[in-house]
Design a protein. Sequence first.
Length: 623
Amino acid sequence: MVTVSDDKKVLDELYGSFDKLIFTKEQDLIQENANVDGLSPMGKISIFASESSKRYTMEKLLLPEVAEAMKNNFIHIHDLDYYATGSTTCTQIPLNKLLANGFDTGHGTMREPQSISSALALAAIIFQANQNQQHGGQSFPKFDFDLAPYVRKSHKKHIKALSNLPLQDGVDLDKLAWEMTEKETYQACEAFVHNLNSMHSRGGGQVAFTSINYGTDTSREGRLLIKSVLRATMSGLGNNETPIFPIHCFKVKEGVNFNEGDPNYDLFKIAIETTSKRLFPNFVFLDAPFNAQYYDGTPESEVAMMGCRTRTMGNVNGPENSMARGNLSFTSINLVKIAIESHGNIDFFFEELDKYSDLVIKQLLERFEFQANRKANEFKFLYSEGVWNGAEKLAATDNVREILKQGTLAIGFVGLAESLKALIGLHHGESDTACNLGYKIVKFLREKADKACDEYSLNFSLIATPAESLAGKLARRDQAHYGKIAEITDRQYYTNSYHVPVYHNVKAIDKIKIEAPFHALCNGGHITYIELDGNASKNLEALEMIIRTMGHYNIGYGSINHPVDRCDDCGHQGIIYNECPKCGNDDQEKIDRIRRITGYLTGSLNRWNSGKKAEELDRVKHC
């Protein structure tokens, strides 16, 4: 590997120093991820490890031109601290396969469950066991279909138990068994939700980053499972707290659940009610053309999302679906800096974009080679248990190249809005001309990804970067270099990917119309948010109208944000301004304000980094 020169000042500025961690409470160092308790001993030791690993990777593993581009703020390699481990980002886990075959967590084998309560208990363990094998999120792509057989097992178990009891004449045995099954399924879902919000899997008190996709199983068992997990989520945790995980992805499909008369339409209505109270589920639109192209009527052909936005479907090395595969890594381009350096010269901007996108592709290939040469026994659960397609066939000392070829390598981007302001003085929420130029920029990146896919026979894709800490990090560094340029570098954050800026006043329907075309381009992941004010549970019709509008304009994945506040003192839930309207509590530390940060929820804004705090304050409501 090539060693790059040690520019200590730049490296310290990039990653902070241990002194800052030990002797200060610098929020942006301690709290890059709002899901981690960075002040705890395990949180701090994780940051020590992370910072050391980043420095090692910068100095020892990256090509000099890649390290230079990152130090100069043109690109950002996500999860750089995990680079040296060879781990991958995320996985869509084949739950049915692991449950049916049993699995070994390293401390004993779990056999196939014989009830829905056991199945969901093991599902939580699968998430926990798998989390330490990778550095990103994980999801069950067909939660309802995979668990319906275990609802059926529970029903049969109750039938058998009741058959041995002296029941009165005329008792409907099947009806009674179903009532018992319904109760068991709800309790199992309730325990599953509680487990995923309490089972720590990594340092710093971090729970597993989990998602579940569901909504289209029309069997009695599948419908019961969907209804139960929605009801359990709506009920909340022990003190009525909103569950942060799992991220729920409700699959919307005409003929299945989207219209009155569809077999699961009632579940779609419950999903709307649930999101009005708990911000989940998000909605996946299977009829969007870029999703419908894969659909053949089977559950496996339905697109599934990794909760915050990652999408894995196209595959040049295997079946084109989400099953048992995921993203390997992604690297983002700072569009704003390229635009600033272009001084309004659009041709020069595209020349530089071409250069840096080629560099990102080169870097992703280098990282793929590093990952591909790892051995199967370094990731025993991920590969030995067959979480990835075909991995269970590997010998312990086999490298994982052929398995990982099914994953995706994603090019990301940050700050389309600010880059347009730098180039032509308007962003895509303000001008059709800017919108057309923004589309041209993102289309250019998608074409680069498609070309790399053909050239290297690997699944290159384009992702709309979910920039949590990165949105602030890139902006701070450019501001330090260029000063505060009005409407470009004068805020503490850049706008995520192609989103219309959070501070721009725009109607919901117009925001949807503007962002929808970018969903088709960003095949590696996308999302659109609509911000509402007031108590959303009082206006379900408005929520449904927004969701239907998303579907009409071919949004691939969408979500609705609205205030969800809770007083820790009295448990009151509703919109809380300066003090609780029920008990008068005005201690802001004792008021949970559930908000969406990039795709997942957090219960305390105190855990947000400075960039995201500033962004949240700037968010306007879309009427």
